[in-house]
Design a protein around this ligand. Structure first.
Ligand code: GUE
Length: 286
């Protein structure tokens, strides 16, 4: 079987048209949706991701600003500026770019963002809401993945979904969303025995590991749907996923490329969450 390619970039483009219309309506109603990003330090990858977010907000008419902090910023100063943004009525979404410098406690930072401005969906209140099926901001990458599956009419009901990676940002929440939609979910991670056997039993395989080409066709069931969340920068500067794309595409029914798969969807859902924050609403996580 030759797999269908799930074109995240094209879908992102389409969704951004609707978001642009929503923003324009909000502006007519006197609300200017605004996202503030805080970045600490000058890691080139982080800087480049923030530029991507800036470009996407500008394209859709969302107002954007970035607060650049030195890597040596104290945790207290960082938390104080988050508290200020929490009180600023013109700011609807706050995103603190991760990873943070090592001396800063990531969890303290996430918990300081007001849950109603937490457009990343990382705050424990929002994670709790997701777990209990209440309206909330969904974390952008899992939300993007569910949106791609829906757009391609891929039902997860009753299917075996295998998630490789158990991060709070991707693995855990995407497994929860799949479960909410009646998939049978298995979480695998770095300590899993017989990883290949689990992967090869997946109807839907989500890889969020960060190891280039760790999954090849041997670990893929004929007809499986493959969602590759990996973003691995190779020595030649190119970007590749966790899945060996060409061999996997021979067996899969659907597969996401890297780049132009999950990445553009992640940013699109951030835009959507920001608009939703500006409307003063959040989603139902189903
Ligand atoms: N608080 C926080 N929230 C995040 O959402 C967050 C974060 N921190 N830290 C870093 C990761 C990474 N991330 C990406 C999003 C889109 C692309 C993306 O659009 N990638 C393009 C390619 C970009 C390129 O070529 O460099 C693509 O896949 O086609 C990549 C990476 C968001 N992150």
């Amino acid at each position: 079987m030759a797999a269908n390619i799930i074109d995240g970039k094209a879908l992102a483009h389409k969704l951004r048209e609707t978001i642009t219309e929503d923003v324009s309506q909000l502006r007519q109603d006197g609300v200017i949706p605004h996202l503030t990003v805080i970045i600490a330090g000058d890691d080139p990858a982080s800087k480049s991701y923030v530029r991507g977010k800036e470009k996407a907000t500008q394209q859709t008419g969302i107002s954007f600003d970035v607060i650049d902090m030195p890597a040596a910023i104290s945790e207290k100063e960082l938390l104080d500026s988050i508290r200020e943004l929490n009180h600023d009525k013109s700011v609807h979404g706050i995103l603190v770019q991760l990873p943070l410098p090592e001396h800063i406690d990531e969890q303290n930072v996430i918990q300081t963002i007001h849950p109603d401005k937490d457009v990343d969906g990382f705050h424990p209140v929002n994670i709790g809401k997701l777990m209990s099926g209440q309206a909330t901001f969904l974390p952008c990458t899992p939300y993007g993945i569910m949106t791609m599956l829906e757009a391609y009419n891929i039902s997860v009901k009753g299917k075996h979904a295998v998630v490789i990676g158990r991060s709070r940002i991707v693995g855990r929440p995407v497994g929860q969303l799949l479960l909410n939609q009646d998939a049978t979910v298995t979480y695998c991670h770095s300590k899993t025995h017989q990883l290949t056997a689990y992967a090869a039993s997946a109807d839907i395989l989500i890889t969020a590991v960060g190891k280039a080409n760790m999954i090849n066709s041997e670990a893929i069931k004929e007809g499986a749907v493959i969602i590759d969340v990996g973003m691995n920068r190779l020595d030649d500067g190119s970007l590749t996923g966790d899945v060996d794309f060409s061999s996997a595409a021979e067996k899969a029914s659907y597969i996401t490329p890297v780049p132009k798969g999950v990445g553009p969807m992640t940013i699109t859902m951030l835009l959507k969450n920001t608009v939703q924050a500006a409307k003063g609403l959040s989603y139902f996580a189903g």
